[in-house]
Write a protein that binds this ligand. Structure first.
Ligand SMILES: Cc1cc2nc3c(=O)[nH]c(=O)nc-3n(C[C@H](O)[C@H](O)[C@H](O)COP(=O)(O)OP(=O)(O)OC[C@H]3O[C@@H](n4cnc5c(N)ncnc54)[C@H](O)[C@@H]3O)c2cc1C
Length: 292
């Protein structure tokens, strides 16, 4: 797809593609300075110059999105919001016993809740804590919460509390508790270990309490994983710097799109959609800017 686009662009008169050029400086007169294999390349400003910046957020620097561009724009007097982890995993304090059992193992079709927000999906258990879609979606709320961050895990979002309790109380015969829960509720080995990890011995003997825990098991989140690992970052260039066409008010002809803008969205296509939409808007604005 990208190659097709490049091929199409190459057919435009005057089109040039410069790869491996890293933007290092922007002057107030709109001169741009790049580094190309250790050499400085300057692009002089011109009357009909339009630039679309899409330099990404501040995580996953191995893909080039190192967020080092923030200085270039704050030096121009632009208002910047600090980068923060978004769509990130969290660390927990698993016991050494449970830590050994988890190896990026999933619990599917669960519901995770934080305050009055709930998200369904798949949660991944890692030796350091938790990853997965529902947690990513709740991550900004958890991150911004000043209270102790405790999420509640519902192992059976399709069953009511009453239904879980009625299944748990079915005759157990000679089955062990884990076998009983596996047979009556299809509770997986990982889910059973987690239940054991997060309940006291007394609670574990009380089937009513256990049934409640299966619908709302508290999990303490200690801290988000390092920002570098986050799928995306909030923060970057504040929208106050831009007009409605996504042009930097102080620098006519300079436009910004994508994750370098200060907005946030859950992963699962919404980030990409936000990037494509702002890029589309900015490129349409550039066409009108150049026409005038
Ligand atoms: C592991 C992972 C999984 C993801 N999964 C999803 C998903 O399932 N759904 C979803 O919606 N989103 C997902 N995302 C997020 C999505 O990929 C990003 O939000 C999106 O790619 C951001 O696009 P962008 O163009 O703004 O920036 P980027 O794609 O980060 O591109 C920025 C580019 O700018 C370049 N650059 C940076 N600084 C300079 C400089 N000074 N000079 C020159 N070039 C520079 C970088 O090298 C990079 O090529 C995922 C991200 C990661 C890391």
């Amino acid at each position: 797809m990208l190659l097709l686009w490049l091929k199409k662009l190459k057919s435009y008169p005057g089109f040039k593609l410069f790869t491996h050029h890293s933007l290092k400086k922007i002057e107030k007169d709109k001169s741009l300075f790049f580094d190309f294999k250790g050499q400085e390349v300057k692009v002089d400003p011109s009357k009909n110059m339009a630039v679309l910046f899409s330099l990404g957020g501040g995580s996953w620097s191995k893909t080039g999105s190192d967020g080092l561009w923030t200085d270039l724009f704050s030096n121009l007097g632009l208002k910047m919001a600090p980068f923060q982890s978004m769509n990130s995993g969290f660390e927990t304090d698993w016991s050494p016993h449970f830590k050994k059992k988890v190896n990026w193992s999933p619990l599917k079709n669960i519901k995770l809740s934080f305050k009055d927000h709930s998200v369904r999906g798949e949660l991944i258990f890692t030796p350091y804590g938790l990853e997965g879609g529902p947690l990513y979606e709740l991550s900004a709320l958890v991150r911004d919460s000043r209270e102790k961050a405790q999420v509640l895990l519902d192992f059976f979002p399709d069953l009511s509390q009453k239904e879980v309790l009625s299944k748990i109380h079915k005759p157990r015969g000679k089955n062990s508790l884990s076998n009983h829960l596996r047979k009556k509720l299809k509770l997986s080995g990982l889910a059973f270990s987690l239940l054991k990890e997060r309940t006291s011995k007394e609670e574990f003997k009380d089937l009513d309490l256990l049934g409640q825990k299966l619908k709302a098991l508290p999990l303490d989140l200690l801290r988000p994983r390092p920002m570098e690992e986050s799928i995306s970052t909030s923060g970057g260039i504040h929208f106050d710097n831009l007009d409605n066409s996504l042009m930097i008010k102080k620098m006519p002809g300079f436009y910004v799109a994508g994750e370098m803008l200060d907005w946030e969205a859950p992963t699962g296509g919404y980030l990409l959609q936000g990037c494509f939409s702002t890029a589309y808007k900015a490129s349409q604005s550039i066409l009108s800017f150049l026409d005038n």
